[in-house]
Write a protein that binds this ligand. Structure first.
Ligand SMILES: Nc1ncnc2c1ncn2[C@@H]1O[C@H](COP(=O)(O)OP(=O)(O)OP(=O)(O)O)[C@@H](O)[C@H]1O
Ligand SMILES: [Mg+2]
Length: 360
């Protein structure tokens, strides 16, 4: 155990005695994860569903459903995915219809509340949360997240998602974190103090972008087959790779109602590779504008997190593509699902009292 681990744990014991539950929340487009000071770690798909009418309300016996349960019953529900590109939908758009804004804000609030309920706080226990949001979320977006958290948390701090990943792994110095989510890929270089705008780049080339690219490639490869974006994502999550496939990737899609097999190995490789070039360009930009004395240390310590980091061979493909730019060492984090929320929890332990924004 490192010294900072033991520090965090002793702080955790001390702070739990204060009657406060600390939580770290990774509020993602596709998935929301929570790590709590009572040891609970949970994750839920970022989907909120409300029964459409009295019939569906009677059938489902609930006012609101979340995650997989909402998706399973989606035909009977009004479905919201409140976080688009990692920020609350429409919260940055001045001209968006106000009903849409308030509906998405309400869905985000419900989602944060549900995530906190998964952490099983004691009745009456105060909840202090650190919420990770995309690196370049505007002040306006952050305010929307604080608004959504207001009724659920007693105190909140918003931090950038890649920063929380780095903090959780004790990589605060000379490290470049790349968080490949659904809506965005967030890159953040760590220099031993809070990152500012120049230290962060957000790309839209992430999981959803790969899904869309694969969908188009599959349409050319299997023109008669019927499939949805969701089915394409499932194939991707099972087989994603960028270097050499150990065996062919076979997808089964119906053709005029008959299940038919297609070899989509090349399409998967091409689709997943579509994020490599933009990521390498962004890495190069962050390294080349860093203090020249520390550039080599930064390029030697690139960390991949987020669901997209599970693409087989992505670390090696990035190293290969970085060669003409001076090379680099790329590693994947061990726990892509909880790296963000674990880091946010660690920030919560270490946060000085005056830094917390009191919500009530
Ligand atoms: N095994 C896998 N291979 C490739 N991609 C995967 C795999 N598992 C999950 N993904 C993709 O990772 C993305 C979700 O990652 P993650 O859960 O980190 O995103 P998020 O935090 O919800 O999104 P964001 O950070 O953009 O708000 C989705 O696009 C998903 O399809
Ligand atoms: Mg994320």
């Amino acid at each position: 155990m490192t010294r900072s681990d033991s520090n965090s744990i002793s702080r955790s014991v001390m702070r739990e005695n204060e009657g406060i539950l600390y939580v770290g929340i990774d509020l993602g487009t596709s998935r929301t994860s929570i790590s709590a000071s009572n040891g609970v770690r949970e994750t839920v798909d970022s989907v909120v569903g409300y029964p459409r009418d009295v019939v569906s309300r009677k059938l489902l016996q609930k006012d609101v459903l979340f995650g997989q349960e909402a998706l399973k019953n989606r035909l009977a529900l009004d479905i919201y995915r409140p976080l688009e590109k990692g920020v609350i939908k429409h919260s940055g758009a001045a001209g968006a219809p106000s009903e849409d804004v308030s509906n998405n804000l309400e869905a985000a609030r419900a989602l944060i509340q549900y995530a906190c309920s998964l952490a099983r706080p004691e009745p009456g226990q105060l909840i202090y949360g650190v919420i990770g949001c995309p690196a370049q979320a505007s002040i306006h977006n952050k305010q929307a997240i604080i608004e959504a958290a207001r009724e659920v948390l007693d105190s909140v701090v918003i931090c950038s998602e890649p920063f929380s990943v780095a903090y959780g792994l004790d990589q605060l110095n000379d490290c470049l974190v790349i968080d490949i989510g659904a809506g965005t890929t967030d890159l953040c270089r760590m220099k031993g103090s809070m990152p500012d705008e120049q230290d962060q780049i957000t790309l839209t080339e992430a999981g959803d972008f790969i899904d869309q690219t694969l969908y188009e490639l599959f349409q050319s490869r299997c023109p008669d087959a019927a499939f949805t974006l969701n089915m394409v994502r499932q194939v991707k999550e099972k087989h994603a790779f960028v270097t050499e496939a150990a065996e062919p990737v076979i997808a089964t899609f119906p053709v005029r109602g008959r299940p038919t097999e297609f070899d989509v190995t090349n399409e998967i490789r091409r689709g997943c590779n579509a994020i490599v070039e933009p990521i390498v360009q962004a890495i190069d930009r962050l390294i080349s504008t860093f203090d020249p004395e520390f550039q080599d240390r930064l390029r030697g310590n690139v960390l991949l997190a987020g669901g997209g980091s599970r693409i087989h061979g992505l670390d090696r493909a990035l190293e290969e593509a970085l060669r003409p730019f001076g090379g680099g060492r790329v590693r994947k984090v061990n726990e892509p699902v909880y790296a963000g929320s674990n880091g946010a929890l660690k920030i919560a332990y270490d946060m000085p009292v005056e830094a917390w924004e009191q919500l009530r």
